[in-house]
Design a protein around this ligand. Structure first.
Ligand code: KG4
Ligand code: ZN
Length: 330
């Protein structure tokens, strides 16, 4: 029998999860609201908020799973990449618990947790397996030969896809995080009303900063002609921008899959919650006869279930970490 308690505090979500014998029992998430009024994450506030609520969140995860602390097999935590102050709260809490309960630690890389989140479900990918991680901090294509045997084939050269959506939303006066806002508003818009240039990036890489700038200039020019342009056309602006991001993501991803001859295809990370991206990848999979993997929405955005899952894989080979584990930002 194995029980993993996992803690994730890499950015602005305080998360804890309990996994028993490979099954997620609880996945508790507290999304910090305080950053909304600043239009982005304020690192110092994020770490303070984690500190205030982490005990409550971990207790909730254990109580909900009906697990006593003594029953824990190992304590997992995200070591990085992320905001150092935020990571430190989770790591210190995990280390403190490990010392007081005399239970081993397992450190998990945040990106690996996102990449491997498909293995939470019963229907698991088979290797070789290709995954596109699209989040607020990363856009990365990885080819997995095994759980921890992988090649990074592509990365973003500048902004991540989620970051581009968040910045676009800010230009349009929408609250942070902008990705879900754009997704929601785009539902009522025309995706081909406005055209934005597809950015160029080398090989299997992505680049998103130019796309955001093209939206900025487009809005600036339109506002000169009509000061109500955003208010009058918001759904179609959102739909067109979102459509460009999704087209760009999938055009390149399709090429990688075809070049590599891989038929087990996944997307994960916060932007994988996007309704258009989910729909379009499903459709692409049907056309190409690929097996497509998309996590449940609750496992897309930051969560500790994916950390428990990645740790569970390490637990099988007893890959424990010591008290010397340190947080890393990149
Ligand atoms: O994985 P995540 O929670 O955190 C990072 O590791 O970065 O991803 C957060 C990102 C944000 O940029 C947010 O705007 C985006 O995921 N996001 C979405 C949606 N839900 C979250 N983007 C587009 N559509 C969504 N429905
Ligand atoms: Zn993340």
């Amino acid at each position: 029998m194995s029980v993993i308690l996992a803690i994730e505090t890499s950015c602005d979500d305080t998360c804890a999860s309990v996994m028993k014998n490979g099954k997620i029992l609880t996945n508790v998430i507290s999304r910090q609201e305080i950053h909304k009024k600043y239009g982005g994450v304020v690192p110092e506030m994020a770490s303070r908020s984690h500190q205030q609520i982490i005990y409550e969140i971990v207790s909730k995860a254990l109580k909900g799973a009906n697990i006593e602390p003594e029953e824990i097999t190992a304590i997992a935590f995200t070591a990085g990449p992320g905001l150092l102050g935020s990571l430190l709260v989770g790591i210190s809490f995990a280390k403190g618990l490990s010392l007081s309960l005399n239970k081993p630690l397992i450190e998990v890389d945040h990106l690996m947790a996102h990449h491997l989140s498909h293995f939470i479900k019963d229907q698991k990918p088979e290797f070789p397996f290709l995954n596109l991680l699209v989040s607020g901090g990363h856009t990365q294509i990885a080819l997995f030969h095994d759980f921890y045997d992988y090649e990074i084939l592509g990365n973003t050269e500048d902004d991540a896809a989620g970051e581009a959506l968040d910045k676009a939303a800010k230009i349009l006066g929408l609250p942070y995080p902008g990705g879900p806002e754009i997704d929601r508003i785009a539902n009522n818009g025309d995706p081909i009303a406005y055209k934005f240039p597809m950015p160029y990036a080398k090989g299997y890489n992505y680049s998103f900063s130019g796309l955001k700038t093209s939206l900025l200039y487009f809005i600036r020019d339109q506002l000169k002609v009509n000061s109500n342009f955003i208010d009058e056309n918001l759904p179609s602006i959102c739909a067109s921008f979102q459509n460009t991001v999704v087209n760009y993501l999938l055009e390149k991803y399709e090429k990688v899959a075809l070049d590599q001859g891989i038929k087990e295809i996944g997307i994960s990370g916060g932007v994988a919650a996007n309704s258009l991206l989910r729909k379009r990848l499903q459709k692409l999979g049907e056309e190409k006869n690929w097996k497509v993997y998309i996590p449940d929405i609750s496992y897309c955005m930051d969560n500790a279930a994916m950390v428990a899952n990645a740790a569970n894989i390490k637990l099988l080979s007893k890959e424990y970490s010591g008290l010397g584990s340190v947080a890393y930002s990149r």
